[in-house]
Every structure is written in structure tokens, then in C-alpha cells.
Design a binder for this molecule. Structure first.
Ligand code: ADP
Ligand code: MG
Length: 245
């Protein structure tokens, strides 16, 4: 049996009166790649944000690498160390160079020596095929390049789990492929556990172990990608697929 990396048991969350996550159960083992799909407003971002404690769930249990996410700040810190996140909008620091964006967290959070931080940053910039941009500022890069920097920045923190929230949906169409290629490579090379909100079906089919389909705050089904794209188990899954195809 593989080690359980992320586990949600009967997780519920409300925004005021609005029940946004309803009895969510999900187990993700180490190295597993999960794609989360579903209509806009179904709770995908909220679910992802709960996993690294950016949002708080009110009931149920959420663990990452065996650490329970609760009010204990030590736990939150451990979980944040283990979990990297890549957003739709890249969230780079605009006043820092690409290289400084990649070394900042390593130096201040992981307390690494500057030269070690730079070496690792350059390694990951190489990996996302952008080493020649190290001394530029984010604003001087294309959207696709900025998103690849954001992915490299996350990797520099050596996370066990990477969360992606629609990483390609803010990009011009011609830049989607360069970011997906990097993500596919990452999925194929790294032992890393990935949860990725995306409607990129090619990506899902290539790398996902399963597709989690959400609707109205619930996980409606979890299905292997081939099967999901051929014939979702549920009617809601079928309706959703008909809309995105
Ligand atoms: P998705 O990522 O699937 O589009 P979200 O998780 O962003 O869905 O949002 C789920 C629902 O929760 C939506 O109806 C959204 O309007 C609502 N919501 C999201 N964030 C907040 C918030 N901070 N306060 C109140 N409602 C929110
Ligand atoms: Mg969202």
C-alpha cells in the first residue's frame, strides 16, 4: 500500500450561510496525480485552498502527510512546508527578479545559504526551460513564462504535494502548451503528489490517475480519465463533459 499523502474525511465548509463543501471525502496517495474538474462555482478552488490552509474548513478532518490541519500553528506551518501552490494568476513578486522570486522563500523560510538557494533556483529554471530569463523582472516575461517561473518557484521549496488551480486558464491560447508541457514533465519525472484543477483534457488523459468531478460542493464521482472522458458514471458528469467538449 502506498502512503496516504492527502486525506479529507467528511470535510464541510460554509461561507456564512452558504454550504460550499459538502461532506468531501478524498484520499490521495504519495505520487498520485489527481485532476479536479467541474462547473464554475462547484467548490474546486475552495477545496484546493483548504488543503494548504488558505481557507478553513469547519467540520471533518483534513491531513497532509499525516499532519492534521487544525488550530495548531505548528501543524499549519508543517503543512505549508509540504504543499506548494500554483495559481491562475501567477502571484510573482513584481519588484523582484525571477531569480530573487525563486530564492526568497528558500532563504527566509527554509533558512538556506544564498548560494545553495541560487543553485537550486537555476536548476529548476533550467527544468522549466527559462534559465535565460533569471535576471529579468516578471513584467518583462510573457504569461506562459511567468507561470513557468511560478511552477519553478514552488518546486524550489521541495514540496511533497503540488496544488494547481487552473494554471493555464489566464493564458493566451498559444502559451497554454508550454505550461502544460512543463506540468506533464513534472508529473512524469517527480515523485511529487499533484492535485490539479483544470479542464485541459489532454493533460488529464496523459498524467492523471483519476478525475475527481465536483458539482455544487460535492464530489460526484472519481473515475479513471479514459473512462471519464468516454462515459462519466453520473448524469451530471455527462452534462458537464458535453459542455466542455
Ligand atoms: P470553483 O473554483 O469551482 O469555480 P469556488 O470554490 O471558487 O468554485 O467557489 C464556490 C462557491 O463559493 C461559489 O458559489 C462562490 O461564489 C462561493 N465563494 C467563493 N469564495 C467565497 C468567499 N470568500 N465568500 C463567499 N462565497 C465564496
Ligand atoms: Mg476556481
Amino acid at each position: 500500500m502506498s502512503k496516504v499523502m492527502v486525506q479529507l474525511k467528511d470535510v464541510n465548509k460554509w461561507y456564512g450561510d452558504f454550504h460550499v463543501l459538502k461532506n468531501v471525502n478524498l484520499t490521495v496517495t504519495e505520487g498520485e496525480k489527481i485532476v479536479i474538474a467541474g462547473p464554475s462555482g462547484s467548490g474546486k478552488s475552495t477545496l484546493i485552498r483548504c488543503i494548504n490552509g488558505l481557507e478553513h474548513h469547519q467540520t471533518g478532518e483534513l491531513t497532509v502527510n499525516g499532519v492534521l490541519l487544525n488550530n495548531n500553528l505548528k501543524h499549519l506551518e508543517q503543512i505549508r512546508h509540504n504543499v506548494g501552490m500554483v495559481f491562475q494568476h501567477f502571484n510573482l513578486f513584481p519588484h523582484l527578479t525571477v531569480l530573487e522570486n525563486l530564492t526568497l522563500g528558500q532563504i527566509w523560510v527554509l533558512k538556506k545559504r544564498k548560494q545553495d538557494a541560487i543553485d537550486l533556483a537555476l536548476k529548476y529554471l533550467e527544468r522549466v526551460k527559462i534559465a535565460d530569463q533569471a535576471y529579468k523582472y516578471p513584467g518583462q516575461l510573457s504569461g506562459g513564462q511567468q507561470q513557468r517561473v511560478a511552477i519553478a518557484r514552488s518546486l524550489c521549496m521541495s514540496p511533497k504535494v503540488m496544488l494547481f488551480d487552473e494554471p493555464t486558464s489566464a493564458l493566451d491560447p498559444e502559451m497554454v502548451k508550454e505550461v502544460l508541457d512543463v506540468m506533464v514533465e513534472l508529473a512524469e519525472q517527480e515523485r511529487i503528489t499533484m492535485l490539479c484543477v483544470t479542464h485541459e483534457m489532454g493533460f488529464a488523459q496523459r498524467v492523471a490517475d483519476s478525475v475527481v468531478f465536483m458539482d455544487q460542493g460535492m464530489i460526484i464521482e472519481q473515475t479513471a480519465p479514459d473512462e471519464f472522458f468516454r462515459q462519466p458514471k453520473t448524469e451530471r458528469g455527462q452534462q458537464f463533459l458535453a459542455q466542455i467538449l
